[in-house]
Design a protein around this ligand. Structure first.
Ligand code: FAD
Ligand code: EPU
Length: 338
């Protein structure tokens, strides 16, 4: 079991923020994880689990132990005429899981193509894109309970999934290490091509009877054209959630801005596009020293190089204040602030 001391975390967060961890260890299975949690030389250190580091912002060094989850494995647990139950190790790269499902003709994950990160983090915020969320195919997960070292199985209803929300982001925060996730995928998939411009992208390609692969390819093309690649420019995707507000708030905005981007979100509520609000408030493309707001997607804060996590956090606070003053809407950060 190799433990790095005073480890550089820059390669392990997609914002590319320079931060250090007092100690860093990797685990590939439950035994190695238990070994790290029980190691006398590491006892007393606070712990942080990391997958791909694509949804964290380090605003300080981590005075504790970083545990890098690299648990592998893709196994079919069972199947019937309609479905297959696929279990993925938490360290599997999310997009590799999607490609595996698509290649086998198992439907349900294709709209979630190209989301960065590892499978174990996906339940944390119930990842979502293009009209689909993790919860739609989630069956169960197994996690280690950190305080007593027992394994616990969580079924869907115990995970309290919501929009970019789960039990693990709230009451369960820092208490469980997710080791594997099981998905219930469809052998006769009903494709979901109605969201955003998937339909347009398919039409552009002359595809009238799309396959899972076609939908996945269309989503990959749309995402690649809209979102900055963290390998080129540091970011963690959407920095804020899209706010859900009472209809009256949206109506008040609409009287001044008839083009406000808003979607139904249950009786009496509307989800506003935070990217639209931030753009309208004049932040799109804002740049100061090494950090700013992406020029094509105002919901994405970026590290142009050399920014600190504090720089980006402080910018996010300025944006929060500005949106509140301008529209009376409270934004909430989506990224996990460390
Ligand atoms: P990390 O950043 O490593 O961890 C995130 C959180 O989960 C941390 O709090 C961490 O402690 C915890 N955690 C990680 N692994 C475990 C585990 N095994 N057990 C317990 N806790 C754990 N998200 C979307 O929902 N939809 C999108 O469309 C989307 N697009 C993105 C586009 C870009 C360009 C980027 C950079 C990010 C995007 N994201 C999106 C956000 C991000 O990809 C997801 O949140 C992803 O699930 C994070 O995975 P990760 O392994 O990188 O997690
Ligand atoms: N918009 C603007 N200006 C901008 C950005 C967006 O006006 O700078 C408008 C768009 O024109 C559109 C609306 O806002 O009318 C929505 O934009 P988009 O389709 O790009 O999606 P989003 O709401 O900005 C959400 C998710 C993404 C996910 C996409 C696709 C959240 C917080 N973000 O973005 O998830 O990939 O939809 O489904 O819900 C992430 O969580 O990190 C993430 C990237």
């Amino acid at each position: 079991m190799e433990i790095l001391r005073n480890a550089d975390l820059k390669p392990y967060n997609t914002f590319g923020i320079a931060a250090r961890a007092e100690a860093l260890g990797r685990f590939h299975d439950l035994g190695q994880l238990r070994g790290l949690l029980g190691a006398p030389e590491l006892s007393g250190l606070s712990r942080l689990i990391l997958g791909g580091g694509s949804n964290v912002l380090f605003t300080r060094n981590w005075d504790g132990l970083v545990l890098l989850n690299e648990v592998p494995g893709l196994d079919v647990l069972r199947e019937d005429d309609e479905h297959v139950w696929l279990r993925s190790g938490a360290g599997v790269v999310w997009h590799d899981l999607v490609l595996h499902a698509v290649a086998n003709g198992w439907g349900g994950l294709e709209n979630l193509s190209l989301i960065p990160g590892r499978v174990g983090a996906a339940p944390m915020q119930n990842i979502g894109a293009y009209g689909v969320e993790l919860k739609d195919t989630f069956d169960s997960l197994e996690a280690l309970k950190v305080d007593d070292g027992t394994m616990v199985t969580f079924r869907k209803e115990q995970c309290h999934f919501g929009y970019r929300e789960s039990f693990f982001k709230r009451e369960g925060k820092d208490r469980f290490v997710i080791l594997n996730v099981t998905f219930k995928l469809s052998k006769r998939p009903a494709l979901n091509t109605s969201y955003g411009n998937i339909g347009q992208e398919l039409a552009k390609r002359g595809i009238t009877a799309p396959t899972l692969r076609d939908v996945s390819d269309a989503v990959i093309a749309i995402r690649s054209s809209k979102l900055p690649d963290p390998k080129v420019i540091g970011n963690a995707g959407s920095f804020f959630k899209n706010p859900v507000v009472p209809l009256a708030v949206a109506d008040a905005i609409r009287t001044e801005y008839p083009d406000v981007a808003a979607y139904p979100a249950g009786e009496g509520y509307v989800k506003l596009a935070a990217g639209w609000l931030i753009e309208k408030a004049g932040w799109k493309g804002f740049r100061e020293d090494g950090f700013g707001v992406h020029k094509d997607q105002a919901l994405v804060l970026v590290n142009h190089g050399g920014a600190t996590g504090r720089n980006i956090f402080d910018l996010s606070t300025r944006i929060l204040v500005s949106i509140h003053e301008r529209f009376g809407v409270e934004l909430e950060r989506e990224v996990n602030i460390i």
